[in-house]
Ligand binder design. Structure first.
Ligand code: ADP
Ligand code: MG
Length: 201
């Protein structure tokens, strides 16, 4: 049986998140849902690593382009290109500028449904349309149209792995085995114990 408490996901507080002084707020959101921080580093990402990160999934460029086109069409607007791959290629270049513009916080969060929960707390890609209550919905206002007008990446504060497989690949890219710490968190008993039989004296 796979241990559901062991699921891990990669979270990056992007350079705009650091500059907006949102590190504590963002870390707090993952802590309070019950996830455990098992890896943490502060660094200026390197352009080659950023490119590698966003091209781990060979389908990503097409998907990112399709998402942008759909968002424009939903608003009755014309997308900058009808070819998802053209958009995808441009986005990778923009992300290299964005992600290397300053220090970022890289974190590994662990716990049941870590990947899915973190994505839920982070919210949709475009802050303009991401839900109220999510990190992107609550703390920033960027949009596809502003990013395209200024030929830059959408500033949405944070990266979070999209699937368990994606998380595994991304974690291998950014964290060495020794940089992730295995330890017990006292609160885990309350989250995961079957009988809660360690409370009463
Ligand atoms: P998410 O970060 O929500 O998983 P994607 O993986 O689709 O989103 O895209 C990665 C990042 O690229 C986004 O978080 C955003 O910063 C940027 N981005 C995505 N699409 C565009 C776009 N059309 N124009 C500019 N930047 C984009
Ligand atoms: Mg993604």
């Amino acid at each position: 049986m796979s241990d559901h408490r062991k699921e891990r996901t990669l979270v990056i507080i992007k350079p705009d998140g650091v500059q907006r002084s949102l590190i504590g707020e963002i870390v707090g959101r993952f802590e309070r849902v019950g996830l455990k921080l098992v890896g943490l580093k502060f660094m200026v990402p390197d352009a080659a690593q950023v490119e590698e990160h966003y091209t781990l999934d060979p389908e990503w460029k097409r998907k990112v382009g399709e998402k942008a086109i759909e968002s424009y069409k939903k608003k009755g607007q014309t997308p900058p290109s009808e070819d998802p791959n053209v958009i995808g290629n441009a986005v990778v270049e923009r992300l290299k500028n964005y992600m290397t513009s300053g220090p970022a916080v890289l974190m590994v969060w662990q716990g049941a449904h870590a990947v899915e929960l973190v994505r839920k707390l982070v919210g949709g890609t475009e802050p303009r349309s991401s839900d109220v209550g999510t990190i992107r919905g609550d703390f920033v206002l960027d949009s596809y149209s502003m990013a395209d007008t200024d030929d830059r990446a959408i500033r949405n504060l944070i990266h979070a792995s999209g699937t368990v497989d994606e998380a595994k690949q991304e974690l291998a890219l950014w964290f060495g085995e020794k940089e992730v710490v295995e330890y017990r968190l006292v609160a885990e008993s309350i989250l995961y114990d079957v009988n809660l039989d360690g409370i009463l004296e």
